[in-house]
Design a protein around this ligand. Sequence first.
Ligand code: IMP
Ligand code: MG
Length: 183
Amino acid sequence: MKEVTYEGHTFVPYISRESIDARIQELGKEIVRDYAEKAPLFICVLNGAFPFASDLFRASEGIDAQITFIRLKSYAGMGSTGTIKEVIGLQEDVSGRNIIVVEDIVDTGHTIAHLLRGLKEKGAADIKVATLLFKPEALEEPDINPDYVGFRIPKKFIIGFGLDLNERARDLNDIYVLKTQCD
Ligand code: IMP
Ligand code: MG
């Protein structure tokens, strides 16, 4: 793992692919234990969550789970815009379903709060949140408390493993942090 640069910003290695893999396997085991006989519907929040959702879904083998996708957008550059755009809407009927929302990162929590309100209105039976990363210090939604968390991290800007800077860097296998914020 070495430094990478996007748009003039240098990023340094932060969480290795090996650590991510190991943690996702643990989360998968927890989900299998919690959802035996419950046939949950995973809702992957695109774009950022797709690598995590892909690995977590397969790490949760054996519970008759299904997966679907929604696309939301709230970030521009390195900050939240405060408004959430639904770029691709949800097709599935969620009424009576046990939902696991899969996010790449919970930052201010506005995105997930918006999504949870919508799912409740549509009659979901139960909704849990799985997120690869969680920045508790950035949280602005008091009711949000993710159920399955890969890594709790400080309020720093990161990229890789699905997370982007203006749609770039999602392909990085490891997670990197902005060098000016690395200590
Ligand atoms: P929230 O609504 O503020 O919780 O933001 C959630 C979305 O913002 C995530 O799904 C990401 O797409 C994006 N985001 C938040 N923090 C970061 C970061 O450190 N790097 C890249 N994207 C981020
Ligand atoms: Mg996202």
